[in-house]
Design a protein around this ligand. Structure first.
Ligand SMILES: [Zn+2]
Length: 179
């Protein structure tokens, strides 16, 4: 059994081993990511070691990426993981074709649209967006700026909170209406 991070001889990286049945005898679906083109696809666990990317290496078509958690409430931990991504990418790149969002969805077992909506929802509570046009204005307490997200109590540890550098860049972009 390989662990996430394993890279096969064709540069295909294991993102997550799922419990979903594959199409080979006794196979499970493993989610692979191509290190060349960032394509994400499902593979049988049995042939993951020799898989080639369906997009850039003429490998056979991928299996569907499982979305086991679709429809289930987002956990506190999932919110934190999604928020980490939110705080790293420009607002204008929150869309369903962003490879980082596609990877987030694959890691969490959720639909890409659901992951994309989650990040877009963060922006509605983002003090930078609420105070559009005010450069460098930081929330008073960055550890609690999303505490009522989705009606859940969500306290972000400092390490997950956006840096003042991020907030400043973010605000500058919004002022320039680039986000
Ligand atoms: Zn590829």
């Amino acid at each position: 059994m390989k662990t996430p991070g394993y890279i096969n001889r064709n540069g295909q990286q294991l993102l997550r081993a799922t419990d979903e049945r594959g199409t080979d005898h006794n196979a499970r679906i493993w989610i692979l990511k191509c290190r060349n083109c960032l394509n994400i696809y499902g593979s049988n666990s049995t042939d993951a070691f020799e898989r080639k990317c369906p997009k850039c290496q003429s490998g056979k078509p991928g299996l569907p990426v499982p979305i086991e958690r679709d429809g289930q409430d987002w956990t506190h931990e999932e919110h934190l993981i999604a928020f980490q991504l939110y705080s790293r990418i420009p607002f204008g790149t929150i869309h369903m074709r962003n490879p980082l969002l596609i990877e987030l969805a694959a890691l969490l077992g959720r639909k890409i649209g659901s992951a994309s909506r989650k990040l877009a929802n963060f922006s509605r509570l983002d003090p930078v967006h609420q105070a559009r046009g005010v450069l460098g204005q930081e929330p008073k307490d960055t550890t609690e700026w999303l505490t009522r997200f989705d009606g859940q109590r969500l306290i972000l540890p400092k390490k997950f909170a956006p840096s003042s550098e991020f907030l400043e860049k973010h605000a500058a972009k919004c002022r320039a209406k680039a986000c």
